[in-house]
Structures are given as structure tokens and as C-alpha cells.
Design a protein around this ligand. Sequence first.
Ligand code: NDP
Ligand code: 8X3
Length: 251
Amino acid sequence: MNKTILITGATSGFGKAIAETFAAAKWNCIITGRRKDRLEALADTLRIHHGIEVLPLAFDVQNRQEVFDALSNLPEAWQSVDVLVNNAGLALGRDSFENADLNDWETMIDTNVKGLLYVTKAMLPYMTDRKKGHIINLGSTAAKEVYKEGNAYCASKHAVDAISRAMRVDLLPHKIKVTAIHPGAAETEFSMVRFKGDETKAKQVYEGFEPLRAQDIADIIYYAATLPNHVCINDLVVTCLAQANSFYFQK
Ligand code: NDP
Ligand code: 8X3
């Protein structure tokens, strides 16, 4: 029987690459995000190319009601979720503390922190009932260090790091694995979102070095998710060759 994965933020970047990678390995996929058109298109492609089942669910992870409406009563055939990837997230703006926009801060915290908590809480009963499951959270190098003008984004990812460690302890009796993956700079739609559509600023982030690609992270997540049951990758920082940490790039 095919295994099942749920990926939040599957409409672009890491999430889309993760869906494509698991679908190619014949996992059935629950794909989520706000952009319904992209979800439907991805669902069709995955079904046609890989002959798997796909359940697209459009909702905003910031909205507690929407999250629970979408996830707490999954059709029975979809309830045996083996892997949950909490990937949906974003940075908004790169401004010093005194200039940063409060709305941006709230959106990052509501998405990266509260959204991850809501989705996990809604999905946990399916895993605790079976005493089986794997939760994979997308942190960042920004979960480990703070950088100039990274303020609330770094804080939100530090929270993902802390939540992942807390989950690992609390979910141990339920035999649920928790993996936190912390990528460095990866060229996805991330910087276009961060700089609110300013293509020049977004491109500058990756100038002069070869950043990670979404597929690199998807491959690592597939590896972590398919290890023998007794083996857990708990915490993994992954950067491109040009990056030592949040501050040091060899361009
Ligand atoms: P993208 O912008 O390419 O993808 C982000 C995904 O998150 C989209 O599918 C988007 O879907 C979804 N998303 C954002 N907000 C919401 C929301 N409120 N509700 C539901 N879905 C949402 O970025 P990446 O793939 O790069 O980012 C994925 C994760 O990886 C994020 O958590 C990010 O912080 C983290 N990360 C990224 C790094 C990078 O350099 N790219 C490095 C380290 C970590 P939609 O808009 O359709 O809702
Ligand atoms: C995304 C990478 O360096 O912008 O999490 O924080 S960075």
C-alpha cells in the first residue's frame, strides 16, 4: 500500500519539490497552500505523471478555523498520514528593528509559528492513534543565528527550532519522529515574497554564488523520511558550499 505525506506550502519552492519527489516514489500526497489554481495544477500533474492519489486542500495556515476545518475530518482513506512536512512559511521585509513593519512581523509569526502549531495540532490525532508518524519542520539557518535586519523572521524560525525540540520530547511516548531541517540560502520564490515582488532585490540575494535548490532539500527530506524506523534525524543544518552560516558567504 502506498504511504501518505502531507506537505504545507506545496504551491512553490521546497514544498512543490517535496511533493514531486515523494510522488515519484509512489507516495500519495496531500498538498496544501492558499493558491488553489496552483494546487489543482500540481495535483493533476502528479496524478498523470506518477499514477498516485492526490488530495489538494486550499487554506491559509494563519487561520485557525480554516486549518481545523480542512484537516480535522480528513476522508478516512487519507487519515493514515505517515509524514507531515510543516513547510509553509515566509519572510516579509528586511528592515532594522525600528523601521520594520508591524504587519510584516505579525504575518511572519502567524504563519511560521502559529500556522505550524495549528497544522500539527490538527494532524496529531491521526498519528497518536496509530502510534506512528514523522513530523518534519522547516526551520532555517535563521533558526540558529540572528542576522542584521532579520529580527522577527529569525525569531519565528528560532521558535520553530524550539517547537521541534519540544515536540520531540512530548511525542516520544507516541513513537512519533520529529525532524527539523534548517536550510541556508535557497533560490525559490522566498526572496520575491520577502521583497514584495521586487525582482532586482530578490535576485541580488543569490548573486555571485550557487545557492541551494529546492530539489536539494526535497532529496534530504526524502532520505530522512525513508530511514529505518529506529533511526531519527533530529536536527540538520544544510547550506550551499558558499555559505558557512547566516553571515559568511564566499562569493
Ligand atoms: P516559497 O515562497 O517558494 O514557498 C512558500 C510556500 O509557503 C508557498 O507554497 C506558499 O503557498 C506557502 N505559504 C506561505 N504563507 C502561507 C499561508 N499563510 N498559508 C498557507 N501556505 C502558505 O518559499 P520556500 O519554498 O523557500 O520556503 C519554504 C519554507 O522554507 C519556509 O518556511 C521558509 O521560511 C523556509 N526556508 C526557506 C529558505 C530559502 O532560502 N528559500 C531557507 C530556509 C528556510 P501559498 O502562497 O500558495 O499559500
Ligand atoms: C531563509 C534563509 O538567510 O534569508 O530562511 O534567513 S535566510
